[in-house]
Design a protein around this ligand. Structure first.
Ligand code: FE
Ligand code: CA
Length: 510
């Protein structure tokens, strides 16, 4: 193919000396890999008006502990173009996939045009990835008429397959928001499972890398990454169940837990399309950030795990349920986000001129009582003051159209939030279901809904994701449900549809 050959020649010419670290040799660059090295797929993320992150991580054998890779670094070439055939190439370059970074590659492409689709691929050792789509954000002052965000969470490998992600890809979102539990760190589940991964829990860098590789070998997950740029946030299971700050459910010594957290954060970085600003330093990783989509939307994505105060009223460390009367959970000094992040979020909200102000966070943000008067100390109910400060910021600074998107609870939920119980709605929230993780049965959900009249809808038995269609006039949220995540292929349907209209707080059924 002449055009491909011409491209490759152009690639060689464009890959200037400045891009190649000292020590690279021509022989090394031309090394051929015997096996296909892109077993974990590709991804893009964190779009800006002039660029996006391109990601891949090499593994010739994703299910092997070492991914089939030797400690030797591998040179990877990347290219990005204005068309799917890659005939109108605009940028290209080379990067080094080093064992120290799990053979991952993060390319921060700049110099692109705003608000348009691009296509990219990686090549290495004579192999090429499929061509994947991404897109850039609009310019800050652009008068954008529409934005489609697909959002999901909780894709426990053992609990099911990912037909939801296949449909998510087909829904052609501009952006995918993933709100955590990308992997589950635990040892093998007991009882019925849809498919098996190795039985050991992930708890150090090698085992977290292995768990990601196992997940990322899934073709539907790869298709969802290849369909659009992602903006990712973790929840607890990327590290350890119900962890916060330097403790988890099993209460190991904090120094020991922070070592585990550092390994988990490093593996998270290696496996996600993130910018260098998120590069971890030991157990610390700055992941909270905001994305603007012209004047239409500002999306703030917050980290409620890394900086949170310890669990309130933690009499039984094995249970997250505590009496609603627990006084500690109301203490104003307690924070779920840490003060610097709370201050940052308040700035982002007060300074926003966007029509829609979306908050991407891990779980159900509004209050939730169990039928027997308990609350969870693992969610916002354990950090009432932080929630109240955000609600007051939305209300008192007249932040335009706040809408909350969440995950974690393995259920679809829709409801309004108010500063005082039963008060006027300030924001609406939509928890977008789980991709595969199992949730509560219908009888339990019916009791939960009866105990929480603020919720307009709840469904814990159905797997799927949320679709947010924004225009200047309305935010339409569709809960998309697969018939079964126990099947690799399963049809999709609309489970429920809501709309929030510009300037009118409170959701409506649509
Ligand atoms: Fe989960
Ligand atoms: Ca979770």
């Amino acid at each position: 193919m002449a055009s491909r050959r011409a491209l490759l020649i152009r690639a060689a010419a464009l890959a200037g000396a400045a891009l190649a670290p000292a020590g690279w040799t021509r022989a090394f660059a031309q090394a051929r890999l015997a096996d296909y090295p892109f077993g974990l797929g590709v991804a893009s993320g964190d779009p800006l008006p002039d660029g996006v992150v391109l990601w891949t991580r090499l593994a010739t054998d994703p299910k092997a502990m070492d991914g089939g890779m030797t400690p030797a670094p591998v040179e990877v070439a990347w290219e990005i173009a204005e068309d799917e055939q890659l005939s109108r190439g605009v940028r290209r370059g080379r990067a080094l996939a080093a064992a120290e970074a799990g053979h991952s590659v993060h390319v921060e492409v700049a110099g692109l045009k705003p608000d348009r689709d691009y296509w990219y691929r990686f090549t290495a050792g004579g192999h090429a990835t499929p061509v994947a789509r991404t897109r850039t954000a609009p310019e800050p002052q652009a008068d954008v008429r529409r934005l489609r965000i697909a959002y999901g969470s909780c894709q426990k490998w053992e609990a099911g397959y990912y037909p939801a992600l296949a449909h998510l890809a087909a829904d052609h979102p501009d952006l995918v928001l993933f709100l955590g539990d990308y992997i589950y760190e635990k040892a093998a589940s007991k009882g019925d499972v849809a498919r098996l991964h190795p039985p050991e829990a992930a708890d150090d860098l090698a085992s977290y890398r292995h768990r990601y590789a196992w997940y990322k070998a899934d073709a539907d997950l790869q298709a969802a990454h290849a369909a659009a740029p992602w903006m990712v946030m973790w929840d607890d299971h990327e590290v350890s169940n119900d962890y916060g700050d330097d403790q988890d459910r099993s209460n190991p010594p904090p120094a020991q837990f922070l070592k585990r957290r550092a390994a988990a954060y490093q593996a998270y970085w290696e496996n996600m399309p993130l910018r260098r600003t998120a590069l971890p330093a030991g157990p610390d990783m700055h992941l909270y950030r905001a994305l603007d989509w012209g004047r239409l939307a500002r999306l703030a994505v917050i980290d409620d795990r890394q900086y949170r105060a310890h669990r309130a009223c933690d009499a039984d460390p094995d249970s997250k349920l505590i009496p609603a009367a627990c006084p500690e959970r109301f203490e104003p000094g307690r924070t779920m986000l840490g003060r610097p992040q709370e201050d940052w979020l308040a700035q982002e909200l007060r300074g926003s001129t966007a029509r829609w102000n979306l908050l991407g966070q891990q779980t159900l943000m509004g209050p939730l009582d169990t039928p027997d008067g308990q609350v969870s100390n693992d969610g916002w109910d354990g950090y009432v003051a932080t929630r109240r400060r955000i609600l007051e910021t939305w209300r008192d600074h007249k932040v335009a159209n706040p809408v909350v998107l969440g995950g974690d609870v393995h259920a679809f939920f829709a409801g309004d939030m108010s500063v005082e119980p039963g008060g006027p709605p300030v924001a609406s929230e939509f928890v977008g279901g789980s991709i595969s993780s199992l949730g509560m049965d219908a009888a339990t959900m019916a009791a939960v809904l009866a105990a929480n009249p603020r919720l307009a809808m709840g469904d814990g038995e159905t797997r799927g994701y949320g679709l947010v269609d924004l225009t200047p006039d309305a935010c339409a949220v569709t809960f998309r449900a697969v018939a079964s995540a126990l099947e690799p292929v399963s049809p999709i349907r609309d489970l429920a549809r809501f709309v929030v209209e510009n300037g009118q707080a409170g959701l409506k059924r649509a």
